[in-house]
Design a protein around this ligand. Structure first.
Ligand code: NAP
Length: 300
């Protein structure tokens, strides 16, 4: 598996496996362990999750599987997130859906994640969403404490616009190593709102969430979806590739900005389809034909 270096202590696979839908996979901890080892056999050792996934249950479910095999955690790069809270069965103490990026909450959430995974370090911790009420000095202080104690090796953000990224960066003692954002052939905002330019200016690589638009590429029937599909499949003919997901992933991985797509499937063959995208490199003309099909108009 191709990999990219984000810092001295962080190398991530070019294709990452995402755990947002883990509870939907309905796996026992033994099945989840087997599945994780199958994913690793394909070459993926970077896992993306978040404290809130599965109503604050996915981290612990994954940790229960990891604990079955000594030494497995050390072979993985674990990315998790904090900062979103909402009331649910596992968190009845929260009264409303809101963002909490205070020092106290970040520290509490990171400790909880460590406990859930049964580990003493996280490879990368992301602030899940920016809050208009965020105090960057508090975030920086929490990150400093987590770094100094060795509990978190790297820090980043998710869903931040460029201004907020720069604002938080200016308070940080340790660099933000990535911004995890939505990118798929159906969601191209990052190429239009300056997010991609900003990351490339800084020499950073985005992690791309919902690279198949959460499955909409397969299930949607809008004109946009149909046009994007048709365009991807026409490009696929040139490469002898009929798999729509492989072509959608190739659209992302062909971009010069070294996008790191997070495949969200619970099916091993679909994870292989994502990895196979790395064998295809779209030309500028091919890439822009998908772009045009998605935005629904020609270029200037
Ligand atoms: N930072 C954030 O705010 C944020 C937000 C959302 C997600 N994420 C991260 O990004 C990861 C990926 O997101 P995602 O799960 O939305 O990714 P995705 O790959 O865009 O969508 C995955 C969904 O598409 C379905 N799918 C895949 N191939 C299909 C096919 N051929 N036909 C029909 N359905 C198909 C999958 O079902 P099967 O499981 O049945 O294959 C799954 O339900 C998450 O796990 C999470 O780690 C982050």
């Amino acid at each position: 598996m191709e990999s990219v270096r984000l810092s001295d202590t962080l190398t991530m696979d070019r294709i990452i496996h995402g755990h947002w839908r883990l509870m939907d996979w309905k796996m026992t901890k033994e099945e989840l362990l087997n599945f994780t080892e199958e994913v690793m056999d394909l070459g993926i050792t970077t896992i993306d999750t978040a404290d809130i996934y599965g109503g604050f249950s996915c981290e612990e479910a994954f940790g229960d599987a990891l604990k079955l095999k000594k030494g497995l955690r050390e072979k993985l790069t674990i990315v998790t997130k904090c900062g979103i809270v909402f009331p649910c069965e596992n968190r009845p103490q929260f009264e409303t859906h809101h963002y909490d990026n205070t020092r106290k909450h970040i520290l509490m959430s990171a400790e909880r994640s460590l406990k859930n995974f049964g580990t003493d370090y996280l490879d990368l911790l992301l602030i899940h969403r920016p809050s208009p009420f965020m105090d960057p000095a508090e975030v920086s202080e929490a990150f400093r404490e987590l770094y100094v104690s060795g509990k978190v090796k790297n820090f980043g953000v998710s869903n931040f616009d460029n201004t907020k990224f720069e604002m938080l960066s200016s308070y940080m003692e340790y660099p933000l190593v990535t911004n995890q954002v939505e990118i798929s052939p159906l969601h191209l905002d990052v190429f239009q709102d300056g997010t991609m330019d900003h990351l490339m200016t800084r020499g950073l690589y985005p992690m791309a969430w919902s690279p198949l638009a959460g499955g909409e590429l397969f299930t949607g029937d809008s004109e946009k979806v149909l046009n994007v599909k048709k365009t991807l499949l026409a490009i696929g003919e040139k490469y002898g590739e009929k798999r729509l997901d492989t072509l959608a992933f190739a659209f992302l991985t062909s971009h010069p900005g070294k996008i790191l797509p997070i495949v969200g499937s619970g099916k091993i063959e679909r994870i292989q389809n994502a990895i196979d995208a790395l064998k295809i490199k779209f030309t500028s003309e091919e890439w822009l034909s998908v772009y045009k099909a998605s935005i629904g108009k020609g270029l200037a």
